[in-house]
Design a protein around this ligand. Sequence first.
Ligand SMILES: [Ca+2]
Ligand SMILES: [Ca+2]
Ligand SMILES: [Ca+2]
Length: 614
Amino acid sequence: MRPGRLWYSIALSVLLGAVAFAQGVPVVQKVDPPNWWLDMPAPMLLVKGENLAGVQVKSQTPGIIVKRTRFEETGHYLFIWMDVSTSAKPGPVRLQLQGNGSSADVPFSLAARRPATDGFQGFGPDDVIYLIMPDRFADGDTSNDSPPQSPGTYDRSKARAYHGGDLRGIRQHLQYLHDLGVTTIWINPIYDNDNHSPGDYHGYAAVDFYAADEHFGTLADYQDLIKDAHRLGMKVLLDVVVNHCGMKHPWLDISPEPDWLNGTKQNHTISDGAFQAIPDQHVPPAQWKHVVDGWFFNVLPDLNQNNPDMAQYLLQNAVWWAEEGGLDGFRLDTFPYVPRSFWSEFHKSLFQIYPHFASVGEVFNPDPTVTSFFDGGQPRYDGIDSGVSTVFDFPLFFTMRDVLLKDKQPDQLEQILREDWLYPHPERLVTFLGNHDTVRFMGEPGATRAKLKAAFALLLTMRGIPQIYYGDEIAMPGGGDPDNRRDFPGGFPGDQRNAFEPSGRTTDQQEVFEYLHDLLQLRRKHPALRHGKQWFLGSGPEYFAYARIDGNNRFMMIFNNAEHAEQIHLDLTKTPLANATGANPQIGAPTGQLSQEYFDVSVPSRTVVVYAME
Ligand SMILES: [Ca+2]
Ligand SMILES: [Ca+2]
Ligand SMILES: [Ca+2]
């Protein structure tokens, strides 16, 4: 004990007098995780309570052995490491704390694991992901709109307040998503937030990693949502946040271990998001240390994953959500802000438990040399393989917007694809036109429905795993955060129109919806469009042509980015389509002329034409 600590303890004893120590009855308030499973690595319990310093922990359940314990010096936290033998049975586990002549039980239980087929299937190029911000999609349970424990947080007229959307609302619209043609949903975090900090509705500021926020529903709602999604043959991905917690998390007042967080409320560095220095082996690590260890833009306290107990806490928490719900995969928030050594171990452990699981990391950067560095599948210059299944294709996102909305030449698409060799599995990149952190496509200057439809056609016919942001299917407008998170029309009480139904959509909304629906059906029908190899066919100042080929299943796409129709004369010699004998127009494409390895067609303005090749 350092002298300062000792004096502090003495001062505290004098202040509290004999009362606190004489009455030091151990009290258990919370156990993380609250339950666990057999046939998994044995858990580390973090018990929160009172008077936990110096307690003895005894297991009174056969097959459960307490290996070691550690308490936080003010007695508010206790760690318990246990061994679970193969003879242990599912059911309650009796762990007794003994101290100061008194005892308390730690409520805990072990259950049998879900069958391996009950979720845990990962995702891949055959999937289409639909991103939902739970607060803004549909209010399926108005009884949780104004929860008694967080009064005054619901106000649909305020962009940063809760709007009432919840897990039940998503569940009620699974059929809509299934009919649209998506296979997988990704929901933003549902951890319990404090709810009084503006913007908590987005879910990224956890105050309890082991509870769903009361606005979104209960753990049972979470389980029911996944169960119903699986029943429809759909998968569910959950947003997992290991980089930070919310400002109101109890750890900010009393930390379970001295280095549980990076810094304290009073004394910490600030992460500015300049993570592009990390892939640069010539930049001294001291220059980017703050990016990884700092508090996220000074609003979210940074968790210290270099502390092995914190690392285990975070892994267990992610596994807990997976096993509780039968999840299929994770979306990993703020991926570059977390030590790469942590991700590497996280994924090794995760895939040992769930061999078919998949994860996608958020690396928000336009440069493939930066995004690919963080992708998993091979060690980088630091000797570390992050282990993540894939990352989001932010470079393609930026390029599609540049080409469609800023009139950059369409061959920029091929320039970005040229860098695919940097990724171990470019076909697994999660491609998208927008998400909850970007301006809506239709909110950008110059956006039109034609451009949006062309963007969707590119998204659904190019390589990768496409992700659609909720509301884009009806051309929802919206600027930057929080305007890009408007309520889905029809999801909320009193909405004038219900865009979940064809009759509730405007003509403009229906036009985009139908087009996307047709694209999704086409993609579902043809393996080439899902996982076929992509080949470059040609490009010009205004056009870009490419093929997707899976055996005899062959498709040709030509994208005209001009403000006018373009007569395209495409040379198919020296391409895998050279021997094609026919080009069958799909989803409204005009008939073209295929003769002697040349294809001639007039492509309408801002359109992707699609042909199934014979
Ligand atoms: Ca609600
Ligand atoms: Ca809450
Ligand atoms: Ca960090």
